[in-house]
Ligand binder design. Structure first.
Ligand SMILES: Nc1ncnc2c1ncn2[C@@H]1O[C@H](COP(=O)(O)OP(=O)(O)OP(=O)(O)O)[C@@H](O)[C@H]1O
Ligand SMILES: [Mg+2]
Length: 507
């Protein structure tokens, strides 16, 4: 009997000892006890590791030392103990303070310990989950970014589809107007009507163009560009655009790297940003246009970029507005003042060029919007071919599947002095060329049939290397494939643009 008791006592001692060793040895959790008043009565190695106190520094002190000043002032420690006592458990995530004053994000559990009915203290388990919290926040942020870019992609596909058809319509209107204008020189009323139609068509073309840029289907003429020079070129336009109360200031690095963009798109983007900046400063202020080289070293984006930024001292952008500024047709401006396409264009432009946009804004202080464009190694072309438009002669083979567009284009070509032969697809074009007498091929890119305009152009380059080819498109993903192999005219075009494009063709 006596021996058995002794054995049992030894077993109990052993199991208590190993339990104590276990608790003391757990390094990833702070496990410790409090007396009913919140005084620390035991301390394990995990507690020391996480909170930084050795046992003799903390035993006998109150556990509210682990809380932030604000939490202490609000009575949070006492409340935690009361809840644990009343509800049998207290659980929380929140900021706690280490001995050295730094904060960590803690997962906290407090359990009441009772002997019979009587509360004898609390068991406290604390984990440092700062890293997990940071990872979660980062993940949430990335998910939000992804959702945003998916939304803009979907909108882009929708708008791209609609806008593309508009360009053919506008081409027909603007071309027909040009033809109608002839012969009514002595009828001012009709002249005025036609001028109004012309203006509306231009406005329609500009809007469609912004939509297409947003849909990233616009950049048909990307070329290596010197950013500083391009900014110089639009200086006057911008100056007259901002008006008297606003000062326009430039801070452009002359050594900014070259980038590959469509010049017209870049200029439109700049104008859009500057107009927004002006609108944000109804009582005047300063707009700073800057360009500088910037090397990014981020997880999702690394490399050399040129940052072109427009900064204002205006009203700023409210957080709830911020998430929507790139949406097409989102505007906070009164009806007739804003279409909500400016930043959509800027967004599409930057992304199509392989870049991105960064926005920072403070309410009442101002806004800075930067377009980041990737640096290119492609050399800048030195000669800036500007050929005067002259009268044409010779026979043009016009290839277009849309009969209305074809007859408008033919009429413009004829007005320029060319003889025109029309065909509706690439196969017919090849047959026509066999018959000889063609001096120039002018073809739409997007066409039904086995061969589109680009296929035709490539085929002719092989078989008829001397024959000049001009392509036209209202939009096209195909245009992106052309990549400077062939000159492209953007629809809708006016007669002087057609004339210039033909004059620039390599002979
Ligand atoms: N610099 C800025 N400061 C304050 N708010 C701005 C700024 N730029 C843009 N915004 C806000 O973003 C909205 C969308 O701008 P966006 O350029 O796309 O359209 P818009 O200027 O309203 O119209 P549009 O450019 O088509 O004439 C604006 O209506 C405005 O609320
Ligand atoms: Mg705008």
């Amino acid at each position: 009997m006596f021996g058995k008791d002794k054995q049992r006592q030894r077993d109990l001692f052993e199991s208590e000892r190993s339990f104590r060793l276990l608790v003391e040895g757990v390094a990833d959790y702070a496990l410790y006890m409090l007396d009913p008043g919140g005084i620390v009565t035991s301390w394990n190695i995990g507690a020391q590791r996480i909170k930084g106190y050795s046992p003799d520094e903390i035993l006998g002190r109150h556990f509210s030392n682990f809380y932030t000043d604000v939490d202490r002032a609000n009575g949070k420690p006492a409340r935690a103990l009361r809840i644990a006592e009343e509800q049998g458990r207290y659980e929380e995530e929140g900021w706690r303070v280490r001995k050295n004053g730094t904060f960590f994000w803690a997962s906290v559990v407090i359990d009441p310990i009772r002997e019979g009915e009587e509360l004898v203290g609390f068991a406290k388990i604390t984990r440092d989950i700062t890293e997990r919290r940071e990872a979660e926040l980062k993940l949430a942020q990335m998910q939000a970014q992804l959702a945003e870019s998916q939304k803009l992609d979907a909108l882009g596909q929708l708008t791209g589809g609609v806008a593309h058809d508009f360009n053919n319509l506008l081409m027909i209107i603007s071309g027909s107007v040009h033809t109608l204008k002839k012969g009514i020189e002595d009828d001012p009323r009709r002249q005025r009507a036609l001028i109004a139609i012309e203006a509306a068509t231009r406005r329609g073309a500009a809007l469609t163009s912004q939509l297409l840029t947003f849909a990233r289907r616009q950049s048909v003429n990307p070329e290596p560009v010197n950013v500083a020079e391009r900014i110089d070129a639009v200086r006057d336009v911008l100056d007259t655009g901002v008006g008297g109360a606003v000062t326009l200031q430039f801070d452009v690095d002359r050594g900014a790297w070259p980038v590959i963009v469509d010049v017209a798109e870049l200029e439109t983007a700049l104008v859009n940003l500057v107009i927004n900046a002006r609108d944000a400063m109804p009582t005047g202020g300063v707009i700073t246009i800057a360009a500088r080289n910037q090397t990014l070293d981020e997880e999702t984006r690394a490399g050399d970029y040129v940052a072109i930024s427009v900064e204002d001292t205006g009203v700023g952008i409210a957080p709830d507005v911020m998430s929507r500024i790139f949406d097409p047709f989102f505007t906070t401006k009164p009806v007739g003042k804003g279409t909500g396409l400016g930043l959509s264009q800027v967004h599409g432009f930057a992304h199509q060029a392989g870049g991105t946009i960064r926005v920072s804004s403070e309410i009442g202080k101002g806004t800075k919007i930067a377009i980041l464009l990737p640096r290119t190694d492609v050399a800048l072309s030195t000669e800036n071919a500007h050929v005067a438009a002259g009268g044409g002669s010779g026979t043009v083979l016009l290839v277009d599947d849309n009969p209305d567009v074809a007859s408008v284009s033919a009429s413009l070509l004829e007005q320029l002095g060319y003889t025109v032969r029309k065909v509706a697809d690439a196969e017919a074009a090849l047959r026509e060329i066999e018959r000889d007498g063609i001096d120039l091929v002018f073809s739409d890119i997007v066409m039904p049939g086995k061969m589109d305009g680009l296929g035709l152009a490539r085929h002719l380059k092989e078989t008829r290397p001397g024959l000049p080819i001009l392509l036209a498109t209202g939009y096209s993903d195909a245009a992106v494939n052309v990549r400077g192999d062939f000159p492209i005219l953007r629809k809708p075009y006016e007669i002087h643009q057609l004339s210039e494009a033909i004059a620039k063709l390599p002979k």
